[in-house]
Design a protein around this ligand. Structure first.
Ligand code: SF4
Length: 288
């Protein structure tokens, strides 16, 4: 018997497979939900606040005050979402969340002036097929914008700690993946990709090149071959490391004293198919 292949790869799935094959399997194949995470929820709130700021305030009026008011809106929206209700935040925990999210938004203003951002899209869903196997690659880009020269820039917000130097390449791999999707989907290669780490705050920028773009496609196809092999052999091994501290699968992980045979049968849903979300088509006017 072999496990069913996932229908696509995303940057987070690629990095999950590289970090720990078992965690990848539990998330991407068994579709086992992770327990709600305060850190992930905080990230969602801050992303939403910055998205609202970009779309609801024209350039010239994206002040810190406007951003804080969008943060309150984002909190109001998301505290009643499924994830927000599952966390059940109230009292001091809610005050702490609000204060920390506000600090992250203030830090954002240290990294860039939002009035200078010519935004083209936020939370953009792009999907392409590559290789003879027509491997489906997809991703959600936090923000796509134009720089002062009319070139595309991909921006990814991060609300956790910035990676150490040894992990920096791995993290940048995600935004290079988005640059690859942009080039394939829109026919234009972004001139820059940037990670805005709001905690420190620090910006990490890189320029996509022929090497990074082609390397990305080769790497995605190699990971896909490894996933296919692991599925056919049902061989997804745990790889313990610092990433275990935010993994929600300890109960099923032999490396943490868990038991994979306890995996709920109901969680083994068929691998994802077309999710019905059409890839967002952007038409970029020449020189726009
Ligand atoms: S606890 Fe660590 S080794 Fe186990 S599945 Fe999670 S990331 Fe992998």
């Amino acid at each position: 018997m072999s496990l069913q292949l996932p229908a696509s790869l995303t940057p987070s799935k690629v990095s999950a497979f590289k970090e720990c094959a078992l965690a990848f399997r539990l998330s991407a194949i068994d579709k086992l939900p992770e327990p709600p995470s305060l850190q992930a929820f905080k990230g969602t709130v801050v992303h939403r606040a910055l998205e609202l700021l970009m779309w609801e305030e024209p350039q010239g009026s994206r002040s810190l005050e406007a951003a804080m008011s969008r943060l309150e809106r984002a909190l109001d929206e998301l505290l009643v979402s499924e994830e927000g209700l599952a966390l059940g935040l109230e009292g001091q925990a809610l005050l702490d969340l609000r204060a920390d999210a506000a600090e992250l938004v203030r830090n954002y203003f240290v990294l860039e002036d939002p009035d200078q951002v010519t935004v083209l899209g936020t939370e953009l869903r792009l999907q392409v097929e590559v290789g003879e196997s027509r491997l489906r690659l997809r991703g959600i880009i936090d923000r796509l914008e134009l720089d002062a020269h009319g070139d595309l820039v991909v921006t990814d917000y991060k609300t956790g700690r910035a990676p150490g130097l040894s992990q920096e390449g791995l993290r940048l791999g995600g935004v290079h993946f988005y640059a690859f999707l942009c080039e394939q989907f829109l026919g234009r290669r972004p001139a820059r990709v940037q990670l805005l780490h709001l905690r420190e705050p620090i910006a990490i920028c890189s320029t996509p090149s022929d090497q990074s773009i082609h390397g990305l496609e080769r790497q995605a196809l190699a990971i896909w071959a490894a996933v296919k092999r692991a599925c056919s052999e049902e061989d997804f091994r745990p790889r313990p490391g610092s990433h275990c501290s935010w993994c929600g699968y300890h109960a099923y992980c032999p490396a943490q004293g868990g038991d994979l045979s306890q995996l709920p049968v109901a969680s083994r849903r068929p691998a994802e198919g077309h999710d019905g979300q059409a890839a967002l088509a952007l038409s970029l006017q020449a020189g726009a």
